[in-house]
Write a protein that binds this ligand. Sequence first.
Ligand code: G3H
Ligand code: 13P
Ligand code: ZN
Ligand code: NA
Length: 283
Amino acid sequence: PFVTLREVLADAERGKYAVGAFNTNNMEIVQAIVEAAQEERAPVILQASQGALKYAGIRYITAMVRAAVETSTVPIVLHLDHGTSFEQTMLCLKHGFSSVMFDGSKYSLQENIAATRKVVDVAHAMGASVEGELGKIGGTEDDITVDERDALMTDPDEAVQFVTETKVDAFAVAIGTAHGTYKGEPKLDFDRLKTIDERVETAIVLHGASGVPAESIKKAISLGVRKINIDTELRQAFTRGVQDVVQNKPGEYDPRKILGPAKEEMKAIIKEKMRLFGCSGKV
Ligand code: G3H
Ligand code: 13P
Ligand code: ZN
Ligand code: NA
């Protein structure tokens, strides 16, 4: 069934596990994610970034996810990842997304609250969910000092104000993770996460989870994380699959024999993440 983010995260809170949110860009990725969810009996969030909407087009994204919903039995959410304008979130809701992220993290607290609240008002009236973000989740290429890094992290007092005033259904925090690959091991600020979780009832979202060691993921879930975003590790698995065929069967020219194995490689990673997140076997 096609469900909202709010629904799967409420179940995750009751069961104290996290739901995987995987970025999708084409048919093979949609299939890898949904087949993995079906085989693992796991609820799942498919998310499309602005890059994905530009690459595949919103009609293809929604049509592929509709086909996935029709051919599976697990709860599926279609979510906009890092939406940056009111118009874009509205377009996604109009096309049938059951959830949108409004990423106002580049604005001041007041502006972020006002803009996020505006999206929440409409989305809730339509029965859809909203994820907001406070604090800045960087890219790993951003070269910053420890003090600068601290300043970008989510402030617990501001977090309380943000979730209370916006009424978001999911809350993305900056606690030391970054989008993309990590140079060393990422250092997560678990004390900060614990403080935020104690003071905020809204489900917490961890972005940039590719490259975060399993032990840190488990600890983050034990401290309240309920949605975990993975993109980079899926891209790497897919590309590994493609390279494998291209290198070992240089005469291969059938795209299905190249993309098929790549999809399987990606599916294996997704299933591994679902077990790690504790959402396997929950539906
Ligand atoms: O958070 C960013 C996601 O990894 C999506 O990236 O905009 O290149 O699709 P993208
Ligand atoms: P990674 O690419 O590090 O997995 O981050 C994904 C993400 O946060 C998408 O919003
Ligand atoms: Zn992200
Ligand atoms: Na990452």
